[in-house]
Design a protein around this ligand. Structure first.
Ligand SMILES: Nc1ncnc2c1ncn2[C@@H]1O[C@H](COP(=O)(O)OP(=O)(O)O)[C@@H](O)[C@H]1O
Ligand SMILES: [Mg+2]
Length: 265
């Protein structure tokens, strides 16, 4: 089994603020990780490191066998599929959905990219069908609902056949139905053995799709717990991460959490 990510004593500082502090973490290619933590914990900063968007202030970040800082990031980035609010903002509203997905492959050399444009379009259509957005091919991105946009972004992130898939809060802004549909889609991706190593950032335990194998809990830039979900997902560690007494409930692979009633506190 190959390590897709290897972080050793990684720190990120901006001015006097420490955004990530002494992070040690490894991700293997068959693992699907969920990153949980309150707002401002450093989740997005951690994903920017893992997608070679930023460098650590200190420590070592290894991605797909390459050490960040010793490798051309423009060769590394196409091997990583990444969705986030920042990526979504760069998609023009008037762009046709099929082009939003296909354009992820522009500039990517090697792999299947040297073939023909027609194959690219077939692949984009197949990926859109896979994420339940097959009917949206000819729509413009700006006319889509929030849930539809998230699906298109995931198809786009998968377009380059990445070895690592990073989804930073894909359920943010979705209504209940939209969230449940997305959780099903992500669960299908997680359970597919041909899917790349996947990292999903969230701050809601309700959004953990069945099939995810590992969890990392982050608070104030520090890893509170990391490992297989059954070892990490318990009320004690979740409470420490979110800074309040929580109860945690699990049913059929889905989690829910709420604050412990005051009389128990
Ligand atoms: N360039 C920066 N300079 C100073 N502080 C920053 C900078 N970028 C992010 N932060 C702070 O770092 C913390 C972690 O941010 P972020 O990684 O976006 O957290 P999360 O995704 O978990 O909400 C937040 O408190 C944020 O305000
Ligand atoms: Mg964030």
């Amino acid at each position: 089994m190959n390590a897709v990510l290897e972080l050793a004593d990684v720190t990120v500082k901006r001015g006097t603020a420490t955004l990530l502090d002494g992070v040690d973490w490894a991700v293997e290619e068959d693992e699907r990780w969920v990153i949980l933590g309150p707002n401002g914990a450093g989740k997005t900063t951690l994903m920017q490191l893992c997608s070679a968007q930023i460098h650590p202030t200190s420590g070592v970040v290894g991605i797909l066998g390459e050490v960040v800082g010793t490798v051309d990031v423009f060769e590394l980035r196409p091997r990583i599929g990444w969705t986030s609010a920042a990526v979504a903002e760069r998609i023009p509203r008037h762009e046709i959905v099929r082009d939003v997905v296909v354009s992820a492959s522009y500039g990517v050399v090697g792999r299947w990219r040297e073939r023909y444009d027609e194959l690219d379009h077939e692949r984009a259509a197949a990926l859109l069908r896979e994420v339940g957005a097959g009917a949206l091919l000819d729509r413009t991105f700006g006319t889509l609902s929030e849930g539809e946009r998230k699906r298109v972004q995931i198809a786009r992130a998968l377009m380059t056949d990445p070895e690592l898939l990073i989804l930073d809060e894909p359920a943010a802004g979705l209504d209940l139905g939209g969230r449940e549909d997305l959780v099903s889609t992500l669960s299908a991706i997680a359970l597919d053995e041909y899917s790349p190593a996947t990292i999903l950032v969230s701050h809601h335990v309700e959004e953990i799709p069945p099939g995810f194998t590992h969890a990392l809990l982050l608070r104030e830039g520090r890893v509170m717990a990391a490992g297989p979900i059954p070892h990490v997902m318990n009320a004690e560690q979740l409470s420490a991460t979110f800074g309040m007494r929580l109860t945690l409930h699990e049913e059929d692979g889905r989690y829910s959490a709420r604050r412990l009633a005051r009389r128990h506190a």
